[in-house]
Design a protein around this ligand. Structure first.
Ligand code: ADP
Length: 226
């Protein structure tokens, strides 16, 4: 059994809505090991974003803890959490959030430059990743000149630019037609399989969920197998 790259242990996440308390996660446990692709399937409002944001250190649990590569992250300071998020975690959203004034290549270079790589190093890896996502020939185009599927492939390349351990995706193909969605998912799947990354992917698409290693949902504040 490989050591988990992501672990939630007894995580509580409670929102205050007026004078009501809304317990979205309650003593929630979850484990993700390297190379694993897990689908998160739950209705809107069930807490998928809350789970992804907690796992990605964008939110802090009210109690319990999130471990990245065995390291407890709940009590770390903001700078350390930001560093872990930058180096170990990649995010893909439903909408690509690419920077419009930069080319596809530059969008994939930027996180690497922020991390301190040289322009030459960042450009080489960005080209390799865009080739891998079968979009190398569009590297010098800006997002507005790319189709929705191409934009998402660039966004995936950007998410893994710094070779994270964990990829967290919130409906990464939710905005695409079925054929494009399937094509983008195949590229994502190949990348995860080839790199040994671990991925937690929220999706409403049952066909895509069926292709992952396992499926989980959120029920009564717990993360349970589907
Ligand atoms: P999903 O991603 O599955 O649609 P979310 O995690 O976004 O669900 O939200 C789960 C529930 O928590 C929803 O009912 C939402 O209204 C509530 N919620 C989310 N964020 C907050 C917040 N910051 N304050 C209060 N309630 C919130």
């Amino acid at each position: 059994m490989m050591n988990p790259v992501l672990e939630l242990k007894a995580v509580d996440r409670v929102y205050q809505q007026g004078d009501r308390k809304l317990a979205i996660l309650q003593a929630a446990d979850f484990t993700l090991t390297p190379g694993e692709m897990v689908a998160l399937v739950a209705p809107s409002g069930a807490g998928k974003s809350t789970l992804l944001h907690s796992a990605g250190l964008l939110e802090r649990p009210d109690s319990g803890d999130v471990f990245i590569s065995g390291r407890a992250c709940g009590r770390l300071g903001d700078d350390e959490r930001t560093a872990i998020r930058r180096n170990e975690i990649g995010f893909v959203y439903q909408f690509h959030h690419l920077l419009p004034e930069f080319t596809a290549l530059e969008n994939v270079m930027i996180p690497q430059l922020v991390k301190g790589l040289t322009r030459a190093e960042a450009a080489k890896r960005a080209r390799d990743l865009l080739d891998y996502m079968k979009i190398g020939q569009r590297a010098d185009h800006r997002p507005a000149e790319l189709s929705g599927g191409e934009q998402q492939r660039v966004a995936i390349a950007r998410a893994v630019a710094n070779a994270p351990l964990v990829l967290l995706a919130d409906e990464p193909t939710g905005n695409l037609d079925p054929a494009t969605s399937s094509y983008v998912f195949e590229a994502l799947e190949a990348l995860v399989r080839q790199s040994g990354l671990a991925a937690l992917i929220a999706t409403h698409n049952h066909a895509l969920a069926a292709r992952m290693d396992r499926r989980v949902t959120i029920a009564d504040g717990k993360i349970t197998a589907l």
